[in-house]
Write a protein that binds this ligand. Structure first.
Ligand code: NDP
Ligand code: 8X3
Length: 252
């Protein structure tokens, strides 16, 4: 049992970083609210975590449903101490002039608008209670451009700047804000990006030692467990096999 039991809400806990983060905090006895669209996975995870767990099945793009469920969080779970805004996705790797606009809209609606809805809903309680920590999951794609990164990278730049602005606005309150920006990590991310093509997704990680969900959960956990006067503003982490390669020059 943790010395201080926190209530931790993690969006997108049905796989990858979110699931690993739920398991990490649950191991220490914290109360966990897990969310995602796949109800079966939420139920299975809730059954496996040996700590109080509340599964909330909703799509972060659905503002009304997010409002309804987050307003109705019962009893002990209602006072969120830590919000991990993790739900998100990349769709497609085509260059901008060939990419699907539907994919772009889905990324903007999920990674920007969904994250903003959940934050707007949870943040007032944190400020009123005088405690709380928002951890936003950005990406190295916010900083480093790559072909096919177009709107995905831009949504993650939104996440980074939104996090910085929250920090600026919350100075003077005890509420903390962190943005975590991972690089190559093997989760279901690439299967989703390639619209379910698991073979193509596997190739992304061939010959590499990518980050795992647990590596990112570890960074989140570290940021959250610093002393209350310490705000970890940002963490950028990559696997050792990855590095920013700088600018490219196209020659005729
Ligand atoms: P996964 O695909 O494994 O997990 C994504 C999670 O987000 C799932 O639980 C999914 O749940 C949830 N999710 C997606 N869309 C929605 C939605 N509309 N409503 C609610 N939940 C949603 O990928 P990762 O764990 O890798 O990704 C987690 C975050 O990390 C994302 O924001 C991603 O952009 C970011 N990231 C990933 C990197 C990587 O290389 N893997 C690197 C840097 C950042 P469900 O489908 O059940 O709704
Ligand atoms: C995921 C990392 O480099 O595939 O955010 O965009 S990358």
């Amino acid at each position: 049992m943790a010395e201080t039991r926190l209530t931790v809400l993690i969006t997108g806990a049905t796989s990858g970083f979110g699931e690993a983060t739920a398991r990490r905090f649950a191991r220490e006895g914290h109360r966990i609210v897990i969310t995602g669209r796949r109800e079966d996975r939420l139920e299975i995870l809730a059954g496996e975590l040996k700590t109080p767990v509340l599964p909330l099945c909703f799509d972060v793009r659905d503002k009304n449903e997010a409002d309804r469920l987050l307003s109705g969080i019962p009893g002990d779970f209602a006072e969120i101490d830590v919000l991990v805004n993790n739900a998100g996705l990349a769709l497609g790797i085509e260059k901008a002039h060939e990419a699907s606009f539907d994919d772009w809209e889905t990324m903007i609606d999920t990674n920007c608008k969904g994250l903003a809805y959940v934050t707007r809903k949870v943040l007032p309680g944190m400020v009123a209670r005088g405690r709380g920590h928002i951890v936003n999951i950005g990406s190295i794609a916010a900083t480093y451009a790559y072909p096919g990164g177009n709107v995905y990278g831009a949504t993650k730049a939104f996440v980074r700047q939104f996090s910085r602005n929250l920090r600026a606005e919350l100075a003077g309150t005890p509420v903390r804000v962190t943005v975590i920006e991972p690089g190559l990590a093997e989760t279901e991310f690439s299967v989703v990006r390639f619209h379910g093509d698991a073979e193509r997704a596997k190739k992304v990680y061939e010959g590499t030692s990518p980050l795992s969900g647990e590596d990112v959960a570890d960074a989140i956990h570290w940021a959250v467990t610093r002393p209350p006067h310490v705000n970890v503003d940002a963490i950028e982490l990559m696997p050792v096999c990855q590095a920013s390669a700088g600018l490219s020059i196209h020659r005729k």
